[in-house]
Design a protein around this ligand. Structure first.
Ligand code: KG4
Ligand code: ZN
Length: 338
């Protein structure tokens, strides 16, 4: 097959990103993060959409110049059609449609969640990619699920959260600790100097492979309220231990179900994906237990964990090879099943 060069665009939440892929190799992967949301303790959809409008052209231009590729060299444009915030998705979708029309190249819609999983097939993501069927723990700010990946475009969700996502738990608990948004990476950093066994929080009892994270958030909130009545400086004086203990609890909740699924389905190729897969505690747990569990583990490179357009370009490339193109009349969709 001749070489294909594809532009990928991601704008589902608060990162505007563009990437160029040639075959399975990423030539550039540019992202503009939106700091504006820090002040509000969470993503404000209207502000996210406006920031995407400002960022999209410079980000795409930078992706082309970094890759040293001219616009007329690309053979398709992939974009995140959903799931995500509609106002954010609309910016990337409209931009991709206009550019595809003006360059007269095919348009390829990408499911953001599939992209997190299929990021494992980017050339430098793993020494060897996972083999089908594999399990992928997909953990982000909006989703937490165990996906049985039977083929590139044949995926089944076998377990998911019934309330908060794992990233949301990190962010909301971090907010209780007065940390900035998104708190996940800050909790991760502070946990490095803390004792993970300092505090114990309740774990949910869920059916099959499902998750729940609202209980741990409430349990942390009540615990903190009780402790600061006795000592107003409790959070400040114990922040590292608190972060380490919360992180350990979240990892244990995630891993218990993943281990159960791997055992019961008799699958040894186990991947993690999504923003929370950047968590160093989760990554270390997987590494440390790989032999005991008999797993081949697939941990994405850091730059392919949180939202990025490299993963969108990767899926677009797989769809391009299969002739899976999208009509130019397409619209963005906030909900989009795997
Ligand atoms: O995949 P992603 O960038 O966006 C969504 O699709 O949601 O995930 C963002 C989530 C946020 O909740 C953020 O706090 C969390 O991933 N996150 C982390 C870490 N890095 C990002 N959570 C824990 N530890 C990290 N190092
Ligand atoms: Zn994501």
């Amino acid at each position: 097959m001749s070489s294909s060069i594809i532009l990928g665009i991601e704008s589902s939440c608060d990162d505007t990103s563009a990437a160029i892929i040639q075959d399975n190799k990423i030539l550039s992967n540019i992202a503009a993060n939106q700091q504006i949301h820090n002040e509000y303790g969470g993503v404000v959809p209207e502000l996210a959409s406006r920031a995407h409008q400002q960022n999209i052209i410079p980000v795409v231009e930078k992706a082309f110049s970094k890759a040293n590729i001219q616009q007329n060299e690309i053979c398709a444009i992939g974009f995140t059609r959903g799931p995500g915030l509609l106002g954010s998705l609309l910016v990337g979708t409209s931009f991709a449609k206009s550019l595809a029309m003006s360059l007269d190249v095919p348009l390829i819609e990408v499911n953001h969640l599939q992209a997190h999983i299929l990021a494992h097939f980017i050339e430098d993501a793993n020494p060897t990619p996972p083999t089908f069927p594999f399990l992928c723990l997909t953990v982000s700010g909006g989703h937490t699920m165990i996906v049985l990946v039977k083929d590139y475009f044949d995926m089944e969700i076998i377990g998911k959260t019934i309330d908060d996502a794992a990233g949301e738990a990190f962010d909301k608990i971090g907010k209780i600790f007065d940390l900035d948004y998104p708190a996940g990476p800050i909790v991760d950093r502070l946990a490095k100097d803390g004792n993970p066994d300092a505090f114990k929080f309740n774990k949910p009892k869920m059916e099959a492979y499902d998750y729940s994270f609202s209980g741990i958030k409430t349990s942390v909130l009540y615990f903190i309220q009780k402790e600061i009545r006795k000592d107003p400086d409790f959070i400040k004086d114990n922040i590292n231990d608190l972060c380490a203990s919360v992180q350990k609890s979240i990892i244990e909740i995630l891993m218990d179900k993943l281990e159960k699924a791997a055992k019961e389905l008799n699958i040894n190729d186990i991947a993690i994906a999504g923003g929370v897969s950047a968590n160093s505690g989760l990554r270390q747990y997987m590494e440390a237990n790989r032999e005991k569990l008999g797993w081949n583990i697939f941990i994405p490179k850091f730059e392919y964990t949180t939202d990025n357009a490299a993963m969108i370009a990767m899926v677009a490339k797989l769809k391009y090879e299969r002739g899976k193109f999208t009509d130019i009349k397409t619209t963005a969709t906030a909900k989009y099943d795997l």
